[in-house]
Design a protein around this ligand. Sequence first.
Ligand code: HEC
Ligand code: HEC
Ligand code: HEC
Ligand code: HEC
Ligand code: HEC
Length: 650
Amino acid sequence: MMEPIPVRVARRARSWWLGWVMAALVTALSPAIAAQPPKPVFQDTLAQRVQVCFACHGEQGRAGPDGYYPRIAGKPAGYLYNQLRHFQTGKRRHNLMTRLVANLSDAYLMEIAQYFSALDLPYAAPPAPRVAAAALERGRQLALQGDMQLRVPACTACHGEQLTGRLPATPGLLGLSSDYLNAQLGAWQAGARAAHAPDCMAQVVQRLQPGDMAAVSSWLAAQPVPLRATAAPMALAPPLKCGAHQPPPVAQAAQTEAKPVPVSGGRYLAVLGNCQGCHTRPGAPPFSGGLGIPTPFGTVYSSNLTPAASGLALWSADDFWRAMHHGQSRGGRWLNPAFPYTNFRNITRADSDALYAFFKGLEPVEAVPPPHALRWPFNTQLALQAWRRLYLPTAEPKPQPAPPSAAEAQRQRGAYLVQGLGHCSVCHMRRNALGGNADMLSLAGGFIAGPSWYAPSLLDPVDGGVQNRPAAEVGQLLQSGRGGADRTSGPMAEVVRHSLQQWTVQDIDAMVAYLQSLPKVAAENGISQAPPRRVLDSGAALYDKYCADCHGTQGQGVRGADGNWAYPPLRGNRTVLQSSPVNLLQTVLYGGFSPSTTGNPRPFGMPPYMLTMSEQEIADVLSYLRAAWGHQAAPASALDVQRLRNGGAR
Ligand code: HEC
Ligand code: HEC
Ligand code: HEC
Ligand code: HEC
Ligand code: HEC
């Protein structure tokens, strides 16, 4: 099923290049033919931004080459939008899809949905069915008449007379492969796919008999698609309410992301601390807890912070302060340090009280988080006590001296943010086998648990890139997710999307001023010998084939219409040069977009290569990148790729 996918788009872009060069040559040689406009090399369009989708969904989204990847072109925009949101919230599960769209805003998702929906493209002729005539007949019956006895309505009742869908959000069922259709029905049955309530499909599949799914999928896949295959509008009185869920009116396509509503008081402090990021399960009400946080010792589930009986209903401001400052729950239980109280203990009592008031004012949501799933002995209070003795400072945080100057006041504010609510060290410090560090506020860089990422040293100008750059560019990177040639990805993109983009400009500036004032310390860096000739040759050829169309033959990148990098340069790129290749590997294996933010509302996408290239090929192209254009970073090995693909810790 997961056959390698050719990146067809890249080929097409190459022919534009060629066409342009040819046109330029011809123009130079013979003015007579110059009337023909040269084809553009790079267009700053939505189609360019979502090229990454074509890699799997086929050219212009008209279905992928191997029969599984579904067509997305021409489906109702409301349906496509719902699916993209469902991948984000876990209602629908597919690791690559989820990672691709994880950090895109609703407005951008809607724009993408409308783009694909508006494509009216011809369909290929259906393949000949591979099942017995009796099965096909059963499939036809189900689709057109349903089965009264099983109480299964005809598929046409909801999917339209011609099975070409209904507006606003019921898809057509024609032009899809039987494998894909079958997998979707199976996913509903297994609880791996859900839709907005009422989820009629969940009921339909429960009533089908063994063999029915395959029968109806085979029949559907064998039908030709009528010429005008667009979705019919919903009848005035829909047979059932499902598929009527109107997507929220998210701007008429987002040229600019709506500015996040400025927040203040306790709500703003909750933004600074990204409490929502850890205390919300995907798709669940904000702050209702239950999100699993992976640690090397097992999974810890965040608590419900709403004022419900299963949350903070009975908590006093003192209880709350004890949790934030001492890491102790109401009732005396020591809290797991996956809750970053080693940072939060540095906040003032006034800020703790403001946060408390904010949470007490929320709508209560009853939700009991699952019990932690930790290995012995890490699941014991004794272990937590031992851990606290080792890593929790006994001294109270020192009050800051009165600042002698405005610059010092700004620096102090920055320190308060970085060490306290911002909890940057949670990821940006190296942890020992017990998950601790002699200095729990260290920013010297480290690996983070769960999916493997390297959070670079914020003390090293090359590794973290904070010190030797204009403060404005660092501020832009941290607030918008894109600054100069750098962009944030993975866990850092989430920090930007859920927290930093809503910080005030003053607080961003204060944070950058503080970070830039820290002493520079070189991170351990594996300068290495160049990889063998064979690897370089193979890597260079692969780079040319898969990457050069977007990133340039010399890794020089491409700028968009607004002057910002559309395709970032890879020459001198910090992600390419970092001491550990894991972030680079993550990017190339899984692809992705920078977060949609006010400063970068419609990012360009990077395609995933885990299905296109072998582990050895990925290692070769990365080793080449790390040695090309004067780079001197250690090569990557196929083993590195394999470990990451299998979710290994490093
Ligand atoms: C790595 C391959 C890959 C890439 C790249 C990819 N998709 Fe998908 N997409 C899939 C697969 C596989 C499915 C089917 C998932 C399932 O089985 O539920 C899917 C499903 C979807 C669906 C649901 C379709 C339906 O009919 O229900 C939508 C919508 C979608 N993708 C949109 C996109 C968009 C937009 C992009 C680009 C931002 C994109 N995809 C990029 C592999 C990919
Ligand atoms: C009562 C209304 C209703 C009936 C009857 C119904 N469907 Fe659906 N179906 C829906 C809705 C609504 C969706 C969109 C769900 C979503 O948003 O994910 C859907 C989605 C689907 C999908 C996913 C399509 C894709 O591109 O991923 C498949 C497959 C499907 N239906 C098959 C069937 C078949 C086969 C039948 C007949 C046996 C049937 N449906 C009958 C309402 C219905
Ligand atoms: C990195 C993830 C993370 C962040 C960020 C985070 N928390 Fe938590 N929090 C947790 C986890 C996990 C627990 C559960 C710890 C346990 O049960 O041992 C928890 C527990 C708590 C508790 C104790 C609740 C109880 O029932 O004992 C409070 C209070 C709390 N968090 C408040 C906050 C506030 C306020 C913020 C934002 C300023 C915040 N948290 C940010 C992960 C996080
Ligand atoms: C949840 C973990 C996590 C937290 C919390 C976190 N970071 Fe990061 N950070 C990362 C990872 C992983 C990377 C590497 C990925 C990347 O380059 O975007 C990174 C990268 C960076 C970079 C390099 C940017 C780039 O992409 O080139 C800077 C600067 C940075 N973080 C600053 C901060 C600051 C300041 C804070 C606190 C406000 C912070 N981080 C909090 C995980 C985190
Ligand atoms: C369709 C165009 C396209 C192709 C083809 C492509 N990329 Fe990218 N790449 C992008 C975009 C767009 C980004 C920026 C994504 C973002 O904003 O997070 C990116 C980002 C990257 C980054 C991260 C840079 C950083 O600053 O963090 C690396 C590394 C990278 N690409 C390597 C590659 C390699 C290696 C290949 C070939 C195997 C490749 N790319 C193919 C579009 C492309």
